[in-house]
Design a protein around this ligand. Structure first.
Ligand SMILES: O=C(O)CO[C@@H](C(=O)O)[C@@H](OCCCCCc1ccc2ccccc2c1)C(=O)NCCCCCc1ccc2ccccc2c1
Ligand SMILES: [Mg+2]
Ligand SMILES: [Mg+2]
Length: 340
């Protein structure tokens, strides 16, 4: 995009995008037409909302009304929040810049972004003082923080007429796009989150092995921890059929790349984490070279299927015969291999 002719507030928004997201900045900037600005602002608005959610120094009686009312600040010109201690606090301190660019978007884009922001803020308040208990709670939390992003993005794609209306209407598939990414993040970030006393793993999974999620990080619990890890990875793998169906409907190349790259990074991350005790000792990241190679390749449905098949096969080869989830893991892996 040509930054020299851009209004200063829009240029500042792209600076925020690059500063707050290594993984999404490049694929968002590669989007075509008026979708690029709409998705950039959509990202910054939700990153600002998530920065409030994540900031544990904001008292809960301040945070709840703030999350519920957040969408109303999109239509103000002077709202900002200066008391955040989060890494991305700049998007809250300079929120008027984001609100100005939000108000310059086409009305249909504003409606989608405001609607998703309102639903996400409301949903986040449910889980501020409680962790997901059941697997259904886990799906609900991930729906609020990521499923809604997929649903909103899909509505933006259809509204831009760059994709068919079915993309924006099929909320189940759009929701799965978000759940696959968010569940992968939650699985990967076990140690980082639990050390900040944030329990995003569902208690239905870890409660079999201890009273607190943190117990899974104890060396003597390594076997139980890996069994729990494999159970959650198996659960996340169940979103793959919906992810593949969703992507097979896309027709615009820049939108396909934008959607495919985070998904192939996620399946590669799940494969690296599967049956891997290193998850409990630090953050398991895929190697930069491997990531770049996949980003270059993930541009057609056939190559995306080949990447999913590659990593699913690697998981299948490593299923421990006595793992508690072995039957379910084998079933979803075999089903995925028939689809790819
Ligand atoms: O604080 C952090 O650094 C990580 O925060 C995580 C957390 O707090 O759980 C967590 O925060 C979630 C709440 C804010 C979501 C912000 C977001 C992310 C990506 C976007 C991409 C395009 C447009 C808008 C977007 C909005 C987080 O960032 N998780 C990463 C996965 C989120 C996936 C969102 C998503 C969903 C469906 C998609 C479909 C297609 C392409 C990209 C997609 C991206
Ligand atoms: Mg966050
Ligand atoms: Mg968060």
């Amino acid at each position: 995009c040509d930054f020299s002719t851009m209004p200063p507030t829009r240029r500042r928004c792209y600076e925020f995008l690059k500063m707050t997201s290594r993984s999404f900045a490049a694929v968002i900037q590669a989007l075509e037409g008026d979708l690029r600005d709409a998705v950039c602002i959509f990202y910054l608005v939700l990153r600002a909302l998530d920065t409030v959610e994540d900031d544990m120094t904001i008292p809960i009686d301040v945070k709840v009304p703030m999350l519920k009312a957040f969408y109303t600040h999109l239509r103000e010109s002077d709202w900002r929040f200066m008391e955040s201690n989060e890494k991305d606090k700049m998007v809250l301190e300079e929120f008027p810049v984001i609100a100005t660019e939000f108000q310059a978007l086409a009305p249909i884009y504003q409606t989608v972004i405001s609607d998703i922001c309102q639903q996400m803020g409301e949903g986040m308040t449910i889980y501020l003082d409680q962790s997901p208990d059941s697997m259904d709670d886990w799906n609900e939390y991930c729906h609020y923080v990521a499923g809604l992003v997929g649903i909103g993005l899909s509505r933006l794609f259809s509204a831009s007429a760059m994709e068919d209306t079915v993309v924006g209407e099929d909320t189940r598939l759009a929701n799965s796009m978000g759940l696959f990414l968010q569940k992968t993040n939650i699985i990967r970030d076990f140690l980082e989150d639990v050390l900040q006393e944030r329990e995003f793993w569902p208690k239905e999974a870890w409660g079999k092995y201890g009273k607190k999620m943190l117990e899974l990080s104890r060396p003597e619990k390594r076997g139980d921890a890996v069994a729990c890890l494999n159970e959650l990875i198996t659960n996340a793998l169940h979103h793959i059929p919906d992810v593949l169906t969703y992507m097979s409907r896309l027709r615009n190349q820049s939108i396909f790349n934008f959607c495919a790259i985070p998904q192939v990074m996620a399946v590669a991350t799940l494969e690296r984490c599967y049956n891997n005790p290193a998850v409990f000792a630090g953050v398991v990241k895929i190697r930069k070279g491997e990531a770049v190679k996949m980003m270059m390749e993930a541009t057609t449905m056939d190559s995306v299927k080949a990447i999913f098949s590659h990593f699913t096969t690697h998981i299948k080869e490593r299923i421990p015969p006595n793992d508690p989830s072995v039957v379910t893991t084998r079933a979803i892996v075999d089903r995925t291999l028939t689809l790819t």
